[in-house]
Write a protein that binds this ligand. Structure first.
Ligand SMILES: *Cc1c(COP(=O)(O)O)cnc(C)c1O
Length: 396
C-alpha cells in the first residue's frame, strides 16, 4: 500500500497518490464523501469523538475525508506540516488573518496584490483594528522602512498579477525573521510545481485552488499551509468555529486537478514562453512582462526562485485603450473573462475590468496602463493562440 512517508517520493508522485486511503470497496479513483455528519457505534464513541479523545470525523464543517485527502496531498507537495482547505482563496486569506492577527497589529503588504485581497485588507481588516501598509513588491528598503513595533506579518504574491514582478523570498524572509514577523505568500500563480515558498523561508502559504490547482475553471476553493501550531491549530480552530469550509465535492475536483498539475504547469509554461517571445518580436507590441524573458527586470531572480516562469503574462500594445479593445474583440477563440489558470486561454483588459475600481493615477503608477493586456496562457495549440491574437494586432 502506498505510504508517502515510506521513502522520498517526488512531488509528481505525491500529486497523484498522496493523502488517500482506499475504502473497503477497493476503488482505484478517490471516493467522494458528501456527508455533513458521521455516525458512531455507541454513545461512548460519540463522546470520545466530541471530546477529542478519539481521533476521527465529527462534522464536515471541520473534518471530511475528501477534504482531508486534498489537504494532505497539497501539504506534502508544499512541504507543509499542516493544510486547511477553505471555501475560496479569499476565505483562505481571511481565515489566516482572523486566526493570526488581533486588533492593534500591523501588516506590511506588497501593493501588487490581487485587488480583492487589497479590499479585504483596507476595508475589512481595518474595521477590526488591523492596519496594513502597502509597499513596493521589489524594493526591500520600503519593507524595511515600514516595520513598526507591532508589525505582525508580511504579505505578498509572486510573481504579481498582471505585471509579473517577482518578490525576493530569501531577502524578505530574512527581514521578517529578524523582526519577528510572519512571511505569508500567496502561491496561486506558481503552485508548488514551480515554487515552494515554505522551503524558501515563508511561514504560511496561501492558495486559491480556483486557479491552477483545479486548472479547468470548475470550482471555487482555497487552502492555507504552514506548521502545526499556526495552521494545524490556529487556522483550523478558526475554520472549525467560523465555518468558511471547503465542500467535499469541490475537494474531489481539486484532488483530481492536482493529479495532472505538473504536466499542465509544464505545458502552460511552455506555451507562455513561446507566446511571450512571439509578442516581444511583434511590431505592434511595445513591451512584454514575463519572467521568462531576459528583458524582465527580475529575470535572474525568477530563474533562481522558480523552476519555470509560469502561465501568466501581460503586454502593452503600441496604441490606445481602443486599440487594446480591438485586440480583445477580434479574438474568436480566446475567452474574454478575468479568471486565470485555466486550460482555456484567457484575455483580460485589466484597466477596465480587474483594476477598474483603482484610482486612475494609482493604476498608472502600478503599470496598469490603458494599452495593457493580460493573457492567462492555456493549453490550446500555441499556433492557434497566436493566430487569434494576430487578428486584432494586425488591425492596429
Ligand atoms: C483569485 C485569487 C485569489 C482569490 O481566490 P478565490 O478563489 O477567487 O477566492 C487570491 N489570490 C490570488 C493571487 C488570486 O488570483
Amino acid at each position: 500500500m502506498f505510504n508517502p512517508f515510506d521513502e522520498e517520493y517526488d512531488i509528481q508522485t505525491l500529486a497523484v497518490r498522496a493523502g488517500y486511503e482506499q475504502t473497503p470497496e477497493q476503488e482505484n479513483s478517490e471516493a467522494i464523501f458528501p456527508t455533513s455528519s458521521f455516525r458512531y457505534k455507541s454513545a461512548a464513541q460519540a463522546a470520545a469523538r466530541f471530546s477529542g479523545e478519539e481521533a476521527g470525523n465529527v462534522y464536515s464543517r471541520y473534518t471530511n475525508p475528501t477534504v482531508r485527502t486534498f489537504e494532505q496531498r497539497l501539504a506534502l507537495m508544499e512541504g507543509a506540516e499542516a493544510c486547511v482547505g477553505t471555501a475560496s482563496g479569499m476565505a483562505a486569506i481571511l481565515s489566516t488573518f482572523m486566526a493570526l492577527c488581533k486588533a492593534g497589529d500591523h501588516v506590511i503588504s506588497s501593493q501588487s496584490i490581487f485587488g480583492t485581497t487589497k479590499m479585504l485588507f483596507s476595508k475589512y481588516l481595518a474595521k477590526f483594528g488591523v492596519e496594513v501598509t502597502f509597499v513596493s513588491q521589489t524594493d526591500i528598503t520600503e519593507w524595511e522602512a515600514s516595520i513598526k513595533e507591532n508589525t505582525k506579518a508580511f504579505f505578498l504574491e509572486t510573481p504579481s498579477n498582471p505585471m509579473t514582478e517577482i518578490a525576493d523570498l530569501e531577502k524578505l524572509s530574512a527581514l521578517s525573521k529578524a523582526n519577528d514577523c510572519l512571511l505569508i505568500v500567496d502561491n496561486c500563480f506558481c503552485t508548488p510545481i514551480l515554487q515552494r515558498p515554505l522551503q524558501q523561508g515563508a511561514d504560511i502559504v496561501i492558495h486559491s485552488a480556483t486557479k491552477f490547482l483545479d486548472g479547468q475553471g470548475r470550482a471555487i476553493g482555497g487552502a492555507v499551509l504552514g506548521n502545526q501550531q499556526l495552521v494545524g491549530e490556529e487556522v483550523r480552530g478558526f475554520m472549525r468555529t467560523c465555518g468558511p469550509s471547503m465542500s467535499p465535492f469541490n475537494a474531489w475536483i481539486f484532488i483530481k486537478g492536482l493529479e495532472t498539475l505538473s504536466v499542465r504547469m509544464r505545458a502552460h509554461c511552455e506555451n507562455a514562453q513561446n507566446l511571450a517571445e512571439w509578442l516581444e518580436a511583434h511590431p505592434k507590441v511595445d513591451v512584454v512582462f514575463y519572467p521568462g524573458l531576459e528583458s524582465h527586470p527580475q529575470y535572474e531572480l525568477g530563474k533562481k526562485q522558480q523552476s519555470a516562469a509560469g502561465g501568466l503574462l501581460s503586454f502593452r500594445i503600441k496604441g490606445t485603450k481602443d486599440d487594446a479593445w480591438t485586440v480583445v474583440d477580434n479574438t474568436k477563440m480566446l475567452s474574454i473573462t478575468a479568471n486565470l489558470g485555466d486550460t482555456k486561454t484567457i484575455i483580460t483588459h485589466p484597466a477596465t475590468t480587474t483594476h477598474c475600481r483603482v484610482a486612475p493615477e494609482d493604476r498608472i503608477k502600478a503599470g496598469i496602463t490603458d494599452n495593457l493586456l493580460r493573457i492567462s496562457v492555456g493549453l490550446e495549440s500555441i499556433d492557434d493562440i497566436k493566430r487569434d491574437l494576430a487578428r486584432g494586432l494586425d488591425k492596429i
